[in-house]
Design a protein around this ligand. Structure first.
Ligand SMILES: [Zn+2]
Length: 143
């Protein structure tokens, strides 16, 4: 790691000074199949490095993609994992606190209360929890 943080294009390895400029380049300079291939490779490496199934929040530690990159290419985070041959965790006993923090993050990202569809597309868990959980969010439930 150098002092100046750079953001890497997962396809060509090009370096950018901001996630935005990297995102613009990534979105426009590479074909869909190139992006898929590169992200599959990166996700597999990430999985091996972590020795567990990568979570969406692990992307914060990566300089080659933002948290939404995988979902934007594959349709959802979990679809990206499946494409990389990684079976997404089937989690049934999610701690309420963890679910809340994921939901809150998702709410901040989409600027409204997440619905089941948002969770399917962008979330880590397939379950959105109960209405009671949603009520504890800082945003108003729109279910
Ligand atoms: Zn590139």
């Amino acid at each position: 790691m150098t002092d100046a943080e750079t953001y890497e294009c997962p396809v060509c390895g090009g370096e950018f000074s901001t996630p935005r400029s990297r995102g613009g380049h990534f979105g426009l300079s590479h074909s869909d199949s190139e992006k898929e291939e590169a992200l599959i490779c990166r996700l597999q490496n990430l999985c091996e490095g972590l020795e567990r199934i990568p979570k969406r929040c692990d992307m914060e530690q990566c300089n080659w993609a933002s948290k939404s990159t995988v979902a934007s290419v594959f349709g959802s985070w979990n679809k990206g994992l499946v494409a990389a041959g990684i079976t997404p965790a089937q989690r049934t006993n999610i701690e309420k606190e963890e679910l809340l923090s994921v939901l809150q993050e998702l709410a901040d990202e989409i600027d409204r209360t997440p619905r089941q569809k948002d969770m399917d597309e962008r979330g880590e868990f397939s379950s959105i929890g109960s209405i009671e959980t949603l009520r504890e969010l800082q945003v108003r439930p729109v279910v």
